[in-house]
Design a binder for this molecule. Structure first.
Ligand code: PEP
Length: 250
C-alpha cells in the first residue's frame, strides 16, 4: 500500500484582517516548530491580501501557504484576478481550485477549473481540485456520477500525485455542521481513487482530502477512514486550537 502523508488544509475563505491572520498563522507556525516531527503537513489558505504578510510571518516554519483561487493566465486584462505566478511570488506552494463556492458564486465550469489547475502546475504550485455533489444530487442517487464528471473535466493533462491533491467536499456538508458518515466518505473516496486511474500519474499516491464541517470532535473518526488523506477545513481553521486539534488527531 502507498503511504500518503496527511494534509490538513485551512481555507480561511473571506475572513480575517491582517492582525487576525498574522496572529493565527504565527500561532500555528509556532506550534508546528515546537512539536518537531508530526504526522501531518499543515497548510493555510488566507485571502489574497494576507498572502505576503502571512508568508513573511511563517517563512521559517514548516507551515505551508496556499491561495483560494487563481486565474488560468499569467498576466493581462483580467480585472480582479490573480495569476499563479503572482501566488508563487507571494510564497504560495498550493492553490485551491474549483471550490464549490467558486463553482456556485462565479459559475466556474470543470473546463475552467482544469485550465486553472494546469496554470498552477506550470508555476510549480500544487493544485487542490475540489469536487462534490449537492444534497439534491445525493438524494437522487447521483453522487458518484456527479463526482466522476467533475474529476474527468477538472483534472488537467500532466496531473501527477506530486502536483495535485483532490478534495472531496459534499456541498451540503460545507459550513452546515452536517458531516458525511464515515461509511459514505469511505465509499466516495474509494470511488474517487478508482476514478483517478488513467487521469493522474501515480493515482495511488494522490492525496484525497475530505472537507465539510470537519472539527475537533469528528476529525479522528474521519481521518481514520480508508483513502482519507487529510482534511480541507473551513470554519474550524479560523481558530488555532481547533485547527491544531484536527491536525494532531491524524
Ligand atoms: C470549506 O470551505 O472547504 C469547508 C469544508 O468549510 P467548513 O469546514 O466550514 O464546512
Amino acid at each position: 500500500m502507498t503511504a500518503r502523508r496527511k494534509l490538513i488544509a485551512g481555507n480561511w475563505k473571506m475572513n480575517g484582517l491582517k492582525a487576525d491572520g498574522l496572529a493565527l498563522a504565527s500561532d500555528l507556525a509556532g506550534r508546528l516548530k515546537g512539536a518537531g516531527v508530526v504526522a501531518f503537513d499543515m497548510l493555510v489558505c488566507p485571502p489574497f491580501p494576507l498572502l505576503f504578510p502571512v508568508h513573511e510571518a511563517i517563512a521559517d516554519s514548516p507551515l505551508a501557504l496556499g491561495a483560494q483561487d487563481c486565474h488560468a493566465k499569467t498576466s493581462g486584462a483580467h480585472t480582479g484576478d490573480v495569476s499563479p505566478v503572482m501566488l508563487k511570488d507571494a510564497g504560495c506552494r498550493f492553490v485551491i481550485v474549483g471550490h464549490s463556492e467558486r463553482r456556485a458564486d462565479h459559475g466556474e465550469s470543470d473546463a475552467e477549473i482544469a485550465a486553472k489547475a494546469a496554470a498552477a502546475h506550470k508555476e510549480g504550485l500544487v493544485a487542490i481540485i475540489c469536487v462534490g455533489e449537492t444534497e439534491a444530487q445525493r438524494d437522487a442517487g447521483q453522487a458518484n456520477a456527479v463526482v466522476s464528471t467533475q474529476l474527468k473535466g477538472s483534472i488537467p493533462e500532466g496531473a501527477t500525485a506530486a502536483n495535485t491533491v483532490i478534495a472531496y467536499e459534499p456541498v451540503w456538508a460545507i459550513g452546515t455542521g452536517k458531516t458525511a458518515t464515515p461509511d459514505d466518505v469511505k465509499a466516495m473516496h474509494a470511488h474517487i481513487r478508482a476514478e483517478l486511474d488513467g487521469k493522474i500519474v501515480e493515482p495511488d499516491a494522490v492525496r484525497i482530502l475530505y472537507g465539510g464541517s470537519v472539527k475537533p470532535g469528528n476529525a479522528a473518526e474521519l481521518m481514520a477512514v480508508d483513502n482519507v488523506d487529510g482534511a480541507l477545513v473551513g470554519g474550524a481553521s479560523l481558530k488555532a486550537d481547533d485547527f491544531w486539534a484536527i491536525g494532531v488527531s491524524c
